[in-house]
Design a protein around this ligand. Structure first.
Ligand SMILES: Cc1ncc(COP(=O)(O)O)c(C=O)c1O
Length: 445
């Protein structure tokens, strides 16, 4: 690690800040430009982004130089290599190079080759995919599981597959992009509710039901919100949904497998495992693979989605290697080793949150593998993020429009292999970098 940290500070000179154009504006400015020339619209965005790249304040589209471990090496778009403590990977149980998982991938490759060669609706599912559906169903206590090529596809596909134009969706304003995109694609009747505000959901349910007793309502939320690390009252949401003839869907991408005594995530922590209408999730955070799923108690819904959820019907199934990896991860999640990994993960989470708080830094949400660190003004955050990666801390910057204007944050993602000592070092780097950014930009927060 020392060697990595030494290399981290060997950065080449960058262009000095000029008039600060690289610190102004956002991708939102380029979303709805008028004009007949589509390529010109892309060019305007590209010029803005390239200016940020030239000033070292565009920390996106980084490339990994090896395994996404507790330390890692990343190359930025301008070619600069940064090495250091890695809090930017979604590898919550540190399974990416687990010997049993690699062996399972190898065995699947030998039996099937590497290609599924079809959608799950046709002939793309390998034999083990059925076992994976059953095993995941056991963890979730839901008998019907349908696999998707990615978590995004599962979220989008479940909503668009189930909801028709005349139906309604009540959705948390901060829900993930795949859920909002699915909602917008499914119906014009999308009702946003204030983040986590179940009273607001109740009012919306009453109003929608009063005005429209004839069409369906889907309530959509997340187990652990990916920018804020907080959770709704799922039990109350489910009972409100049923009171008003609606269904509830919960996205458990960030908590299933890595939280809860048995790995059942927020559903388990809130005592509602197996009691929610629809659960969807991703294999890309805890299960060391790409892929997603939708789970239900209702066989008819599963079969309906197989035909009407386009990313399931019209997209290639998970590869045999992915299926084998996810099954091997799931076996670990459900074993004593899973308990031990979740314990280590939680110790690292609490260590990081505690160390950041000691440094006077605001940490949002509740203990979860996502530790959102408030940075503040977007300009300050861009410079702070650059200073951090130069000082050997790799963590993702989240700025407007992903979060509200000038409430930029670092999204630190913790893994089982992070030690409390690493967390202490990371917190110190965050504090020092934030101070340097304050001095450089003149923004206090
Ligand atoms: C809450 C949530 N849902 C769904 C997804 C999509 O998952 P995947 O990466 O498997 O497409 C993500 C990933 O960013 C997420 O954070």
């Amino acid at each position: 690690m020392d060697e990595l940290m030494e290399r981290a500070v060997e950065t080449t000179a960058r262009e000095d800040f000029t008039d600060g154009a690289e610190l102004r504006g956002s991708s939102f400015d380029y979303l709805t430009q008028p004009g007949a020339d589509l390529a010109a619209k892309a060019q305007a965005f590209h010029a803005w982004a390239e200016n940020r790249v030239a000033h070292g304040v565009f920390p996106y589209a980084k490339r990994l130089g090896g395994r996404p471990g507790a330390t890692a090496e990343l190359t930025l778009l301008d070619g600069q290599r940064h090495a250091g403590l890695n809090f930017s990977s979604q590898e919550y149980l540190s399974l990416a190079r687990h010997p049993r998982i690699c062996a399972a991938a190898q065995a699947a490759m030998e039996r099937y080759g590497v290609h599924s060669a079809g959608s799950t609706a046709l002939a793309g599912n390998v034999e083990e995919a059925t076992l994976l559906e059953a095993e995941l169903g056991e963890l979730l206590r839901m008998p019907e599981v349908l696999l998707f090529p990615t978590g995004w596809a599962a979220g989008f596909g479940a909503i668009k597959g189930l909801v028709r134009e005349a139906d309604h969706i009540i959705i948390d304003q901060l829900a993930h992009n795949c859920l909002h995109e699915g909602a917008r694609a499914a119906t014009p009747n999308v009702h946003l509710h204030r983040h986590l505000d179940v009273d607001h959901v109740e009012r919306l349910l009453k109003r929608v039901r009063q005005r429209d007793p004839h069409n369906g309502i889907l309530v959509v939320t997340e187990g652990c919100f990916s920018m804020d690390a907080d959770s709704p009252d799922i039990r109350r949401l489910q009972s409100l949904a049923h009171e008003h003839g609606a269904l509830l869907m919960v996205d458990v991408a960030h908590d299933l497998g890595c939280m809860g005594p048995g790995g059942g995530g927020q559903l388990e922590l809130q005592g509602v495992l197996g009691q929610v209408d629809l659960v969807m999730g991703s294999f890309s955070k805890t299960f060391a693979s790409n892929g997603g799923f939708v789970a239900t108690h209702d066989r008819a819904i599963k079969e309906y989605l197989r035909f009407y959820a386009a990313p399931n019907t019209f997209s290639n199934a998970l590869s045999p290697v992915q299926v084998a990896i996810i099954r091997a991860c799931l076996a670990i999640v459900r074993s004593g080793e899973g308990v031990e990994r979740r314990d280590r993960l939680m110790r690292a989470i609490l260590g990081l949150r505690g160390a950041l708080t000691e440094q006077g830094i605001t940490v949002l949400g509740h203990p979860s593998p996502i530790v959102p660190v408030m940075l503040g003004h977007d300009a300050l955050a861009r410079v702070a993020s650059r200073e951090m990666s130069q000082a050997g801390l790799l963590a993702n910057l989240v700025e407007y429009p992903a979060v509200s204007l000038n409430s930029a944050r670092l999204r630190m993602q913790v893994m089982a292999d992070h030690t409390p000592a690493l967390a202490q070092t990371a917190a110190r780097i965050v504090a020092d970098s934030l101070q340097r950014a304050r001095d450089l930009t003149g923004h206090a927060n």
